[in-house]
Write a protein that binds this ligand. Structure first.
Ligand SMILES: Cc1cc2nc3c(=O)[nH]c(=O)nc-3n(C[C@H](O)[C@H](O)[C@H](O)COP(=O)(O)O)c2cc1C
Ligand code: SF4
Ligand code: SF4
Length: 398
């Protein structure tokens, strides 16, 4: 596992796979299991300065699609301190504590951060990400800026980060929501305020899954009403890559912990190639068990071997060199699609593309009329047998 190690901000992560804050990190037995299965670190469940009402844990999974949660229990500071103490008896896995102060009141964030440092946390992860804020008002009756709302205010976020980094000596990560956030501005503010890194992308808000046979009732157990809530899992993968890449490009020296919808080793590699040094997982581990970490670590090592990379760092950011602003795309129409008759199995998938006039099925193979092809690329991405390309014919045919 040495090749998977990442040393960042004084913490040695023995693997780039980190358990994202949530219900997998609020009990000692869970964290012990994460450590035994090869997690590089654990982000302990959100620890809140104040709990205006008891949290309730509600979750709904559509496997392969999304993991929806409108609400969860939070930890009180004393419970988080006890948890750190208990975990320390059994494992030395690095522990970040995901903390949530009271709105934009920096002092509450500082006090919470100091408490967690004294309790033995290896690092803090400031929660500017929670999509499920309780409806709280400040003294003037204004809604408190809470969780994800702080991602939309880089100046305020920067002031909170600065207040904490001046007071604690452990590394401070900033977990932010990519939902409507100016990622570059937030990352610049985080770097200027002394953050050790940023964590992205957390749970954009979605509407709850409903039972259409029951007149649109929420599909969440025991709930007759439901609010909007965080979406996690596969549904957020492409958006997550976008936010990770934005963060990596915004401040190249600022480490990124990237995730959102990671379920396979390819996703781990993608996230690293988009610029992340570490990755975080929640949904996949929740649904498949901690053993998935062991498998992913093994597969990641095998990927490094197979592609000749010495370590994770060598892959980091490789995809960024291909990323240009939309205005700089190459607008020429390229070569027409070419179907390799030796690979085509006549499955008909490409022939069904509704807008395309270029592909016809002829007997058991598909044929392209080059003059009608716009070279859009869709058929090649859909062909299950990799039979479509846009290269010159290697054998010189037409
Ligand atoms: C039930 C639940 C509770 C969560 N609690 C927290 C939390 O306390 N703090 C936090 O920053 N993120 C929290 N998250 C977000 C996860 O850490 C992670 O960012 C998100 O699930 C996306 O990753 P995934 O697609 O691998 O699940 C929670 C997610 C879920 C589903
Ligand atoms: S999708 Fe691929 S295999 Fe199927 S008909 Fe088209 S070219 Fe042939
Ligand atoms: S590249 Fe686009 S236009 Fe050309 S054959 Fe394929 S789907 Fe049709």
């Amino acid at each position: 596992m040495r090749r998977l190690e990442q040393a960042i901000g004084g913490i040695s992560f023995r693997s780039p796979l980190v358990i994202g804050a949530g219900p997998l990190s609020d009990r000692p037995d869970l964290i012990e299991r994460a450590a035994a299965c090869g997690a590089g670190a654990v982000s302990i469940k959100q620890t809140a300065w104040s709990e205006p009402r008891p949290g309730v844990r509600k979750m709904y999974a559509q496997k392969g699609e999304c993991f929806f949660n409108p609400s969860d229990r939070r930890l009180k500071p004393e419970a988080a301190a006890r948890l750190i103490y208990q975990v320390r008896q059994v494992t030395d896995i690095p522990l970040l504590v995901n903390i949530l102060g009271s709105g934009g009141d920096a002092e509450t964030w500082v006090q919470l951060g100091e408490q967690m440092e004294q309790a033995g946390a290896d690092g803090l992860e400031l929660n500017f990400a929670c999509p499920n804020p309780p409806a709280q008002k400040d003294a003037a009756g204004q809604n408190l800026r809470y969780g994800a709302a702080l991602s939309q205010e880089p100046d305020l976020a920067g002031a909170i980060i600065r207040a904490i980094t001046e007071k604690v000596s452990i590394p401070v990560w900033v977990k932010f929501s990519g939902d409507g956030t100016d990622t570059p501005a937030l990352c610049r503010a985080a770097a200027a305020a002394g953050a050790a890194g940023v964590t992205a992308f957390c749970s954009p808000r979605g509407a709850f899954p409903i039972d259409i046979e029951q007149g649109g009732r929420p599909k969440l157990a025991d709930l007759s009403v439901c609010s909007f809530g965080g979406i996690n899992g596969p549904a957020i993968r492409p958006a997550s890559n976008r936010v990770v890449a934005e963060a990596a490009q915004a401040v190249p020296g600022l480490p990124v912990m990237g995730g959102g919808g990671i379920s396979r080793v390819e996703h781990v590699v993608e996230t690293i190639m988009y610029g992340a040094s570490l990755t975080f997982l929640f949904t996949q581990v929740m649904l498949e068990g901690f053993e998935v970490l062991t498998k992913l670590n093994q597969q990641l090592e095998a990927f490094l071997d197979c592609h000749g990379y010495e370590n994770v760092e060598e892959m980091r950011g490789l995809a960024l060199r291909y990323l240009v602003p939309n205005s700089e795309l190459d607008y020429r129409i390229g070569r027409p699609a070419r179907i390799d008759p030796r690979k085509c199995r006549g499955c008909g998938t490409c022939g069904k593309i509704a807008f395309c006039r270029a592909i016809q099925m002829e007997g058991k193979t598909a044929q392209v009329q080059p003059r009608l092809c716009e070279s859009c690329g869709l058929c090649a991405s859909l062909c299950p047998f990799d039979a479509i390309s846009f290269d010159d014919d290697p054998e010189g045919g037409d």
